[in-house]
Each structure stands twice: as structure tokens, then as C-alpha cells.
Write a protein that binds this ligand. Structure first.
Ligand SMILES: [Zn+2]
Ligand SMILES: [Zn+2]
Length: 260
């Protein structure tokens, strides 16, 4: 299984998963043009042959390019009913798959397990994706890591986890008070500290590849997020580079391709 994050952050999110037999996308907050440019890093992937686009939640940074991509290539869309109801382009979704998104399902041989995440959208899902040999879990846009969420993330070969903000940068930054409060709330976004605390548990459970995602451009930097997780792991005797590899997803360019 090959995993590439094409974009991550409040201006657009998109991750592609490619196996020898199929390919899927999780979220599409990119325009067709951005997609084409960024997919040149992933030559094995033919956008038109995607077996499905799986949506975490209806916020526009996760859905901006969804209708155009799905309708152009007739790609099935998997999205929770409550997110669909609150999606501004719901009337234009022609290839929505009608099914219970609270239960696990198959997309072209891939086993997909959704799990609920606390966020201020109508509904938000993380996903565990397995091809029978290896598995990836993805969780972004979550206010905190619950015991249940941690259970879904543990034991996978790779995890994409939000590391949204540095608390001091958020507190001292220029955001209005209501926005700071929203981001910090249990239905907001995950801080570097909370992400790095979860990572200790994940690494102890055998996770070898971690991608820090959905970084705030105003209240975080890739260096600060990386150092926070690296140092917290080091305090527990877990060495980045040896025991686990940490990548940081970017808003502007595709990530390294993770192979699991
Ligand atoms: Zn988001
Ligand atoms: Zn969101």
C-alpha cells in the first residue's frame, strides 16, 4: 500500500492510497488543476480510475473539489448522511453511495472502518484502511484524542494524525478570542502537545510511520510540530528515525510516498 498526502491544512486536504489492485482518495479539498499538478508525484495513479472518494466531513477544506472530480470521472462518493445534509453542493452529488457510514465497508477490495471524531462539523469520521496485509489510520480535525480514537489508531502500520497548533502561538496570536476558544475546544483541533502524547502510545503499539497533518499556518510551523513530537517520544526512549519515521504533511506540496 502506498500513501501520499497531496495537501493538508485549512486551505485543502487530500490523501491518496494506492495498491497494486486499486486506488482511493480520502477527502478532496483541491481543484482539478491542483490535483493534476500534485499527482505527478504519484505516476501509478490514474485519477479517472479511483474506486472511491471517502469524505471525513463536510467542511469545505475537505470537500471543495469533490463534486467536480466525482462527476467528471463518475467516481463513487462515500460520505456520512449528516455530512451530506450539511454539504452546500449536496444537490450536485451524482455518485453518492447510499449506505450506513457508521459501519465498516469495502471499496474495491479495501476494508474501510470509520470511527467518529469530535469536531464542530455535522459529523466527522476518521478511517482505518486495510488491504489485508497492512493498514493505515487517518484522523484529522479532532478536538481531543479519546480512548476510543486511540484504540482505532493503535497497531496500524501508518497513522496520519492532526498536529494543528502550538498552544503558546495560538494563545499569543492574533486570532479573535472566539476563534481561539473554538480551536482549543473539545470539538476543535488537536494541539501539538496532545498529538505528541497520543504518538507515544501509538509508537508503543507498533506504529512505524506517522504523518503530522492539518498544521495551522498561523499557529504552528512544520519545525515546531516535528520537534514537539520528536522530543516527547525521545523522553519515552522512542527514537525518531530508528523506531518511527515522522513526516509532516504540507499545505502546498505532496508528501513523501509512504509504503507500508
Ligand atoms: Zn479541516
Ligand atoms: Zn473541519
Amino acid at each position: 500500500m502506498k500513501i501520499c498526502n497531496l495537501a493538508s491544512g485549512s486551505r485543502g486536504n487530500c490523501t491518496v492510497i494506492v495498491t497494486p489492485d486499486t486506488s482511493i482518495m480520502i477527502d478532496n479539498g483541491l481543484t482539478m488543476r491542483q490535483l493534476d499538478q500534485r499527482l505527478s508525484a504519484m505516476s501509478q495513479l490514474d485519477t479517472g480510475k479511483l474506486a472511491g472518494i471517502i469524505i471525513t466531513h463536510e467542511h469545505s477544506d475537505h470537500t471543495k473539489g469533490l463534486v467536480k472530480l466525482s462527476n467528471t470521472y463518475k467516481i463513487p462518493v462515500y460520505m456520512h448522511r449528516l455530512s451530506v445534509d450539511n454539504f452546500y453542493e449536496r444537490e450536485d452529488l451524482k455518485y453518492l453511495v447510499e449506505q450506513d457510514m457508521d459501519k465498516s465497508f469495502e471499496v474495491d477490495g479495501l476494508h474501510i472502518e470509520p470511527f467518529r471524531l469530535p469536531h464542530d462539523s455535522a459529523y466527522n469520521l476518521g478511517y482505518r484502511v486495510s488491504d489485508g496485509k497492512s493498514s493505515l489510520a487517518i484522523a484529522t480535525d479532532l478536538g481531543y484524542v479519546s480512548t476510543s480514537t486511540l484504540g482505532w489508531l493503535k497497531g496500524n502500520d501508518a497513522v496520519i494524525l492532526e498536529s494543528n497548533h502550538d498552544l503558546t502561538m495560538l494563545k499569543c496570536g492574533s486570532y479573535p478570542a472566539y476563534l481561539k476558544k473554538r480551536i482549543e475546544s473539545k470539538n476543535g483541533h488537536l494541539s501539538n502537545d496532545d498529538c505528541s502524547t497520543a504518538l507515544v502510545e501509538l509508537c508503543k503499539s507498533g506504529v512505524k510511520n506517522v504523518m503530522l497533518a492539518h498544521l495551522s499556518q498561523d499557529n504552528n510551523t512544520p519545525e515546531i510540530a516535528f520537534e514537539c513530537s520528536k522530543n516527547n517520544l525521545m523522553r519515552e526512549g522512542i527514537k525518531e528515525g530508528d523506531d518511527v519515521i515522522i513526516d509532516v504533511a504540507s499545505q502546498f506540496r505532496p508528501s513523501r510516498i509512504i509504503e507500508i
